[in-house]
Design a binder for this molecule. Structure first.
Ligand SMILES: NC(=O)c1ccc[n+]([C@@H]2O[C@H](COP(=O)([O-])OP(=O)(O)OC[C@H]3O[C@@H](n4cnc5c(N)ncnc54)[C@H](OP(=O)(O)O)[C@@H]3O)[C@@H](O)[C@H]2O)c1
Length: 411
């Protein structure tokens, strides 16, 4: 029987998961592909680390040795950062190898270039694992896009941030303690900035945009905020209204324009992201025909992410069709003139003339802190912030929220 030979770049959480799955699923892969699947080379960075890799496999720190292995058909990349992955994958495409990557930072920056290069060279490039780990969001979007236009995505794409927000709320602890807990549980790096400042979720929504519209968005028009400044009392105040605060990456398409935001949102109880807790990821997408669809599950981890990579591998050899909806679109920077509902925390005196729908206060260590629901345009919100720099203002997930307005006005 023929053998598909694979080179694996990176042998950390993801790389070692891929290795384990290929070993444990030999029979299944043979049935699916009619061929054996074998890892023949592994690229690593640090030779001194102890690893359990079959002694017949070349393990090296030298990419040229990997490229010298004969008859490799696929390169799976699970390194961190744009380089050296981009250089390695570019060269692998030149050599005619199919490519699979889990590296969202690399793919957000260089995905378009790599896709073009792969198309020119006639090889396949797959990246399911780069967005939401084990959740099959790329495959689902490809399938839907055959007939649907995807008009909205709202997603929790960073499990670390979601875990921290769940911990703050569930355990009634500070952001700093929740971050420590995430680090102790192995959900956050020693330098957590990539997760808690929103970069990771930003890269993932950029990748989804590119899949939908076939081009890079203008990064400077995407609002990116992380969860670093969220305090326990914000979460308690939101709860007093029946809301939760979630870190949401959203993309919405309307009248030829797309808006993308990556930031903490206030989420009401009937919103599909409300119940997504802990390290889970979830993607809620709306297609013009299918309506709303929610996918929820592990956004990271050795086996879920490895599973997404192996699905890509099988699809490459089972001649998956490429589907893409290319539309004429603009990326817009926020809905500056539309009225929306906002959740405003702070005690500033009466800057809310005519805007407040409902307010509530909690006692926070002897001091009363007030939160208000207001109905305002983004321009008005900016003016409020200019006059009252102590205010903290969260947008709501979803569209400008009529049901919320009605519920509170009639309460
Ligand atoms: N962890 C997850 O659950 C997850 C989920 C989805 C996507 N991803 C993405 O998958 C990629 C890998 O993540 P991970 O969690 O597996 O990272 P990791 O555990 O830190 O592993 C990274 C691997 O890359 C190797 N490496 C780093 N720099 C290298 C270089 N210059 N040359 C050769 N090898 C190098 C490391 O080598 P040494 O072992 O020698 O240090 C290590 O084996 C990242 O891009 C990440 O964003 C991760």
């Amino acid at each position: 029987m023929e053998t598909i030979k694979i080179a694996l770049l990176g042998f950390g959480t993801v790389g070692s998961g891929v290795y384990e799955i290929i070993r444990s699923h030999q029979e299944r892969l043979r049935t699916l592909l009619g061929k054996n699947v074998e890892i023949v080379g592994v690229l690593i960075n640090d030779k001194t680390k102890e690893r359990h890799i079959d002694k017949d496999i070349l393990v090296t720190t030298d990419i040229e040795q990997i490229f010298e292995i004969p008859d490799v058909e696929v390169v799976i990349e699970a390194i961190v950062g744009v380089e050296p992955g981009f250089t390695y994958l570019s060269k692998a495409i030149d050599k005619g190898y199919h490519i699979i990557t889990a590296n969202k930072e690399l793919f957000a920056h260089k995905g378009q270039q790599l896709k073009q290069k792969a198309a020119d060279r006639g090889v396949r490039i797959s990246y399911e694992a780069s967005v939401a780990g084990g959740i099959p969001i790329i495959g689902t979007l490809r399938q839907l896009l055959q007939v649907n236009s995807v008009v909205q995505i709202e997603a929790i794409l960073n499990g670390t941030s979601n875990f921290i927000l769940s911990e703050i709320r569930g355990e009634e602890i500070s952001f700093e303690h929740a971050l420590q807990s995430a680090q102790q549980n192995g959900f956050a790096e020693a330098d957590p900035s990539n997760d808690i400042d929103g970069h990771d979720a930003f890269y993932k929504i950029v990748i989804l945009f590119e899949l939908l519209f076939g081009r890079q968005p203008k990064w400077e028009l995407i609002r990116r905020k992380g969860i670093r400044n969220i305090r326990l009392n914000h979460i308690r105040l939101a709860e007093s209204f029946g809301f939760r605060i979630k870190h949401v990456a959203s993309l919405s398409y309307e009248n030829g324009s797309v808006e993308i935001n990556v930031e903490p949102n206030v989420v009401p109880e009937d919103h599909p992201l409300y119940s997504v807790e802990g390290v889970d990821n979830a993607v809620v997408l709306t297609g013009d025909l299918i309506g709303e669809l929610k996918l929820q599950g592990p956004g990271a981890g050795k086996l879920p992410t490895g599973s997404a990579i192996i699905e890509d591998l099988v699809n490459i050899f089972n001649a998956e069709k490429q589907h893409r909806l290319v539309k004429d679109i603009d990326l817009k920077a926020g809905t500056a003139n539309e009225f929306q509902t906002w959740f405003v925390i702070g005690n500033a005196v009466d800057p809310f003339d005519g805007l407040t729908l409902f307010e509530n206060s909690i006692n926070d260590q002897g001091k009363f802190v007030t939160a208000r629901l207001i109905e305002a345009t983004e321009g008005q919100v900016k003016q409020l912030l200019n006059k009252n720099s102590d205010l903290v203002i969260y947008p709501f997930a979803g569209k400008p929220s009529q049901p919320i307005k009605k519920a509170f006005v009639s309460a």
